[in-house]
Design a protein around this ligand. Structure first.
Ligand SMILES: NC(=O)c1ccc[n+]([C@@H]2O[C@H](COP(=O)([O-])OP(=O)(O)OC[C@H]3O[C@@H](n4cnc5c(N)ncnc54)[C@H](OP(=O)(O)O)[C@@H]3O)[C@@H](O)[C@H]2O)c1
Length: 284
């Protein structure tokens, strides 16, 4: 499972979400070790934000990456996604926020930098900040998050706005509204949809409607929920996992994504119907 960005760059369709990391300094060493394990297993894309644990998530990721780089991992092998808070999303604010994120991440460059959600500042100003960062080599690509189709269209009309490389939104079996219009539109423009909370913050892990399908494939309900997102073209799934077991299960969901049958998918559609009309964007 691979997703292609507008630049033609390909990245894995499975990324690790880091919300919740870095919140407790007593757990820092254990979290760095979990991230090292993830890197050893092959996880290569990491999603964080300046907001997560007030920068703590970026700090923990930075430590794990530094250790991995010292052990021989190439910087280019990893994709780091981070986000600027809406209140910082004016031209100079974006630049300053990014510099602070880079310091916490111990990196020279963020691969994909997103506006966390639209806020008080005009998109044109935010884009000017992103462009400045690109000129300075501090970010490779930029994108948005929690943006529905009308605002994505508006973004395409502001100077430089057409360079938006991704949109990160909530997408899961229980939040399929984006299939009606946003996901098809992003596919046309080859703009990946980064699916956050693909397990509905863990709630799908014990959803009764997934139990028998999981038993049939000898997997867990969470793996079924994740595999379903992973098999969608143009979608990168970002499950958060804080343990070795969940990392392994989620990694293995890639194989399940290929093994789901038409019958399985019809069963899932019956329990979690696709949208028949426009729905408000789900926000978590
Ligand atoms: N852009 C945005 O506004 C936005 C909003 C929300 C999230 N996000 C991003 O998306 C990522 C994922 O979303 P999320 O953290 O809200 O929720 P999620 O990934 O849907 O669910 C995470 C929860 O599921 C549990 N879990 C993970 N793998 C499991 C498995 N195999 N079996 C059973 N339980 C499992 C985790 O437990 P453990 O922690 O114990 O492993 C955690 O409690 C975030 O970390 C963040 O990077 C972005």
């Amino acid at each position: 499972m691979v997703v292609q960005f507008p630049s033609g760059e390909e990245q894995p369709g499975l990324a690790l979400g880091l919300y919740g990391y870095g919140a407790d300094s007593g757990r820092q060493a254990a979290e760095v070790a979990t991230l090292r394990l993830a890197l050893d297993m092959g996880w290569r894309v990491f999603d964080t934000a300046e907001m997560y644990a007030d920068g703590g998530s970026e700090r923990v990721l930075g430590q794990a990456l530094q250790q991995a780089f010292r052990a021989g991992l190439a910087r280019e092998a990893v994709m780091v996604v981070s986000k600027v808070l809406p209140e910082n999303a004016f031209e100079a604010g974006v630049v300053a926020a990014c510099e602070q994120s880079l310091q916490r991440l111990q990196l020279d460059c963020i691969d994909l930098y997103l506006l966390h959600w639209p806020g008080p500042h005009p998109l044109a100003e935010t884009v000017r900040g992103f462009e400045q960062l690109q000129r300075r080599g501090r970010i490779r690509h930029w994108g948005v998050s929690n943006v529905d189709l009308p605002q994505l269209r508006e973004l395409a009309t502001v100077p430089g706005g057409a360079a938006c490389a991704a949109n990160q939104v909530h997408y899961s079996l229980r939040a399929r509204g984006v299939e009606f219009d946003l996901l098809p539109a992003q596919r046309v423009h080859q703009m990946p949809l980064l699916a956050y909370s693909p397990l509905d913050q863990g709630e799908l892990a014990d959803h009764p409607a997934l139990a028998d399908l999981a038993m049939r494939h000898r997997v867990t309900p969470a793996q079924v929920a994740l595999a379903w997102v992973l098999r969608q073209p143009g979608v990168m799934a970002l499950p958060k996992a804080g343990s070795a077991l969940h990392l392994r299960h989620n990694w293995a969901a890639r194989a399940l994504a290929k093994a789901l049958t038409a019958e399985d998918l019809a069963q899932l559609d019956a329990h979690f119907p696709p949208p028949r009309a426009k729905q408000p964007l789900s926000v978590r």
